[in-house]
Structure formats: C-alpha cells, structure tokens
Design a protein around this ligand. Structure first.
Ligand code: DQA
Length: 150
C-alpha cells in the first residue's frame, strides 16, 4: 500500500447530520456523532487514517472528492438522496479514479422504487445497504480489503 492508501475519506451526504433524530424507524436511533466515533475506532483498529466529511450541498461534496486526489487511497460515501440522481457526484467519483464504496444505512432495495436506483453505484467498487450504522464499518473494511488486494 502507498502511504496515501492508508488514508480513507468518509463522506456523508445530505440530511445525515440528523441521524439519531431523523426518521428513527428507518435510520435507527444511533446519532451522527456516535457513528463517527465508531468509524474512527474501526480505522484505528485497522491501522488506517480516516477523515470524515458531511455536507448538505452537492458542489461541496464534489469539491471534496476532487481534493481527495493524491491524498486518500479510498472513499466510503453515503450520498443520501443524491444517490438517486446526482450524475455530477457520479462523474466526480469516476474522474478521480479512487476506489469508492457506496453505503446506505437502510436497505434501499426494500423501500420506495426510486431508492432502488443508484446512479453512483456503477462507478463504485460495490454497494453496502441495510445494516444501519454498521454499513459504514462494513464499507470501511470493504474499501481496505480492495486496496490490500491490489
Ligand atoms: C440513505 C438512503 C437514501 O435513499 C436517503 O435519501 C438517505 C439515506 C441511507 O443511508 O439509507 O438520505 O442514503
């Protein structure tokens, strides 16, 4: 692994700052801060550095993905509702060629029909969906496995 590959960027998209408050029946009661603490603990266990970023703005997410070039070896992203229509975020992930894992707390395939379609997943190494806060932990492990396998 190159040194930058030991750095992983976790991106939370819109409304995920409200985890623990928002639609608890779907997204659970675990708070945003608690999920981020668990991500940091898991990264420490795995011996990688992690930075966590949240934004409710598409352009900021795109800027962050661009800035990840040469800095991060992998990205774990929960694009929130942008999953279903942001061709711009998809193009940014494709442009930077950084292995990216898409994650969702809820099982997007078991909800409204519009959530089953991800425009982001085709440019990712894979998608993890339906494990609540654990989806982030699984995503972190998945992206690291992918990097180690290269
Ligand atoms: C979500 C699923 C999306 O459909 C939704 O818009 C979200 C959260 C999830 O983590 O389950 O904001 O990405």
């Amino acid at each position: 692994m190159k040194s930058e590959e030991k750095k992983i960027l976790v991106i939370h998209g819109p409304n995920l700052n409200l985890l623990g408050i928002r639609e608890k029946g779907i997204y659970g009661t675990e708070t945003f801060d608690s999920i981020n603490d668990r991500i940091r603990q898991e990264a420490e266990k795995l011996g990688v550095q992690v930075d966590i970023f949240q934004s409710n703005h598409e352009g900021e997410i795109i800027d962050k993905i661009h800035a990840a070039m040469g800095v991060y070896g992998g990205i774990v992203i929960n694009p929130g509702a942008y999953t279903h229509y942001s061709i711009a975020i998809r193009d940014a992930i494709k442009a930077v060629s950084i292995p990216t894992v898409e994650i969702h707390l809820s099982n997007v395939h078991a909800r409204e029909e519009f959530r089953a379609k991800s425009v982001i997943a085709p440019v990712c190494v894979g998608q993890i969906s339906g494990f609540g806060g654990d989806s982030y932990i699984l995503g972190l492990n998945a992206v690291i496995m992918k990097l180690n396998a290269r």
